[in-house]
Design a protein around this ligand. Structure first.
Ligand SMILES: *Cc1c(COP(=O)(O)O)cnc(C)c1O
Length: 362
């Protein structure tokens, strides 16, 4: 009998997501450097706030997230009314596709763009379209050239994951100015806080009717496991997204933890300065070993090997040494490994393991 219960078109084209592993069989001292998590964990104040919020877990959370929206607005100089909160920025990306793209529409992103754009586009029944990059960097001209009458959304992560490279403020501005009005430009600022002086695209949101920014508490703020993200956009976009959003999509535990995390400037400053220092050190040491990487603006580097085979072999050697990094063949970068910047000890272990691999002693 033929199966009569069938998913909507596009759904079965979504490859099941494979997250970073966190164990290696037979290795005790494992460090996970595969998901761009904060190696120093969440702010202790955020942990305390989450614990306290658990006491009232029998109560539904406020559906308007106003406490968190105000805290975000104060911190980044934005308008609370034009902020929407989600279960990670992944959920905001999903709301955007659901709201603005459907069958027959195209969702555009760049060649090595973040995986959720394609997944959410397919889930909405839309057609994902990838534009070529130049030197592992989103190419403004190629993106503009790929726009058609059917394009509804253009996603650009700046900095991008897994490449770590940036279009930068001027390139983003050129995109915003050149895109036709029927295309929504979504600037994904998951790593915006790591870039000194970068507003993540907030200024463009204030200026254009078709620009949205997404942000997250998962990377710098160390709350990936709690799932808190947000978006900032023109009033008409936020209004539409809020109609799609379930009223209780973010729990009070998430809200309280995120508010406390935003307030812990010491933890944030420490995390940032260690990332900057260790990212430069790790990149330079690997470069000396014949493993170059593009200048990264995030909390990870994309290490480049001679070819896919060498990248795979080094990945295996790192694993055997208890270091879990991320293969990115699925992003069209089989010769690369993405390595999250860990604490100093973790970075030293990575360098030692790559050195041993390169000289054949691993
Ligand atoms: C990690 C990441 C996100 C999503 O993170 P959430 O945990 O869902 O907030 C979004 N975009 C990019 C580019 C990322 O790397």
């Amino acid at each position: 009998m033929t199966q009569q219960i069938v998913p909507q078109p596009g759904i079965l084209e979504i490859a099941p997501y494979k997250g970073g592993a966190d164990k290696v069989e037979g290795v005790a001292d494992v460090v996970k450097l595969s998901s761009n998590e904060n190696p120093f964990g969440p702010s202790p104040a955020a942990v305390k706030a989450a614990q306290e919020a658990c006491v009232t877990a029998h109560r539904y959370p406020p559906g308007d997230h106003i406490e968190l929206r105000r805290a975000i607005a104060d911190k980044f100089g934005l308008e609370a009314d034009r902020i929407i909160c989600g279960a990670g920025s992944d959920e905001i990306i999903s709301f955007l596709c659901q709201t603005y793209a459907g069958p027959g529409d195209e969702v555009l992103y760049s060649e090595h763009g973040f995986a959720m754009y394609k997944i959410s586009a397919l889930a909405a029944g839309a057609t994902p379209v990838a534009a070529p990059e130049r030197n592992r960097t989103s190419d403004v001209d190629a993106l503009l050239a790929a726009v058609t009458d059917r394009t509804r959304i253009l996603f650009v992560a700046d900095p991008n994951n897994p490449t770590g490279t940036m279009v930068g403020g001027q390139g983003l501005r050129r995109l915003a100015e050149s895109l036709p009005g029927h295309v929504l430009l979504v600037i994904d600022g998951a790593y915006a806080e790591f870039v000194d002086g970068f507003d993540g695209g907030a200024g463009l949101v204030d200026q254009f009717d078709n620009v949205v920014m997404t942000r997250t508490f998962s990377k710098l703020y160390g709350l990936g496991g709690l799932r808190v993200g947000w978006g900032y956009g023109p009033a008409h976009v936020i209004d539409a997204l809020n109609r799609v959003r379930g009223p209780f999509n973010v729990s009070q535990v998430q809200i309280k933890a995120a508010v406390a995390a935003l307030d812990d400037d010491d933890h944030t400053a420490f995390s940032l300065s260690e990332n900057t220092r260790l990212r430069a050190w790790l990149a330079a040491e690997l470069d000396k070993l014949g493993v170059p990487s593009d200048s990264s603006f995030g909390n990870f580097i994309l290490a480049r090997f001679a070819d896919a085979e060498e990248a795979q072999a080094c990945n295996a050697a790192l694993q055997a040494a208890g270091l879990i990094v991320r293969g990115v063949a699925g992003y069209g970068l089989p010769e690369c490994l993405r390595i999250t910047i860990g604490d100093e000890a973790a970075c030293q272990r990575v360098v030692a393991a790559v050195a041993a691999f390169k000289d054949g002693s691993a």
